[in-house]
Design a protein around this ligand. Sequence first.
Ligand SMILES: C[C@@]1(CC(=O)O)c2cc3[nH]c(cc4nc(cc5[nH]c(cc(n2)[C@H]1CCC(=O)O)[C@@](C)(CC(=O)O)[C@@H]5CCC(=O)O)C(CC(=O)O)=C4CCC(=O)O)c(CCC(=O)O)c3CC(=O)O
Ligand SMILES: NC(=O)C1=CN([C@@H]2O[C@H](COP(=O)(O)OP(=O)(O)OC[C@H]3O[C@@H](n4cnc5c(N)ncnc54)[C@H](O)[C@@H]3O)[C@@H](O)[C@H]2O)C=CC1
Length: 214
Amino acid sequence: MNGFYPVFLQLKGRRCLIIGGGRIAERKLLGLLNAGADDVWIISPDVTPRIAALAAEGTIHCCLRAYEAGDLEGTRLLFAATNDKRLNTEAAAAAERMGIWANTADEAGKGSFISPSTLRRGDLLFAVTASGASPALSQHIKQELEAYYGAEYEEISTALRRLRERVVGEVEDEQKRQNILKLAAEDAARYKRYDRNIDEWLISLLHRTDRRHT
Ligand SMILES: C[C@@]1(CC(=O)O)c2cc3[nH]c(cc4nc(cc5[nH]c(cc(n2)[C@H]1CCC(=O)O)[C@@](C)(CC(=O)O)[C@@H]5CCC(=O)O)C(CC(=O)O)=C4CCC(=O)O)c(CCC(=O)O)c3CC(=O)O
Ligand SMILES: NC(=O)C1=CN([C@@H]2O[C@H](COP(=O)(O)OP(=O)(O)OC[C@H]3O[C@@H](n4cnc5c(N)ncnc54)[C@H](O)[C@@H]3O)[C@@H](O)[C@H]2O)C=CC1
């Protein structure tokens, strides 16, 4: 039993703070930006060229100084990613007291959450973790998923979202709605059979579910 509970967070408009400006801080930062975070702060006396460039263009806020007590005010999500283990531990403990979710890059057990290895295909988002047992295994499994779930899944997830909006709005019978949506997902994922013309796809699905269930 690994004792972690997976969630997918909406970070828009919620402040995220990274303490540290090295390779790991940069990786956490890019993960946040890819997830749509728009209020990201970095506090570190020095930062990588990539972090410096993102700060210079105004994508993130950067304070070029050491972490100080009081820096956590207003933060929702904290990444303690310095090379100073004691500082990471202290910052995570302070965050815990304030009810802020905290990640410590140097050890799984110290913070209140860990980062998974992630793969995005449009609306489809995979997150893999080995709960600290082996980050390299998580990365490896993500690479396998990357090969299996190709770029076509971006289009598949978009088509399914559009179809689902129509079905939820138009098909009143709950059982029928579920049957159509399950058949559509099966078609799209297993057989790569989906129609960019949502009207036509919906008509065909309606016929097929009627035949199957009457
Ligand atoms: C506990 C955790 C805390 C956290 O950071 O949340 C943590 C901790 C540590 N990682 C270490 C090492 C490595 N980490 C990576 C890579 C990743 N590490 C990530 C997550 C996590 N790492 C959390 C657990 C998640 C899990 O177990 O699934 C990923 C998935 C996500 C991300 O970082 O965003 C990202 C892959 C991103 C991708 O590409 O998909 C690689 C490979 C590489 O860098 O190429 C190595 C070297 C190989 C190895 O060690 O396996 C060390 C030892 C440092 C040392 O040797 O001193 C510690 C400290 C410790 O274990 O005590
Ligand atoms: N989670 C993961 O995937 C991995 C985690 N690690 C852990 O992450 C730590 C960081 O790794 P790297 O980024 O490679 O180290 P690094 O040495 O490149 O960067 C450390 C950063 O912390 C900053 N820092 C130091 N003291 C600070 C303070 N008082 N206030 C604010 N910032 C401060 C430094 O200025 C520097 O920018 C490592 O010590 C290691 O324990 C290492 C590899 C993988």
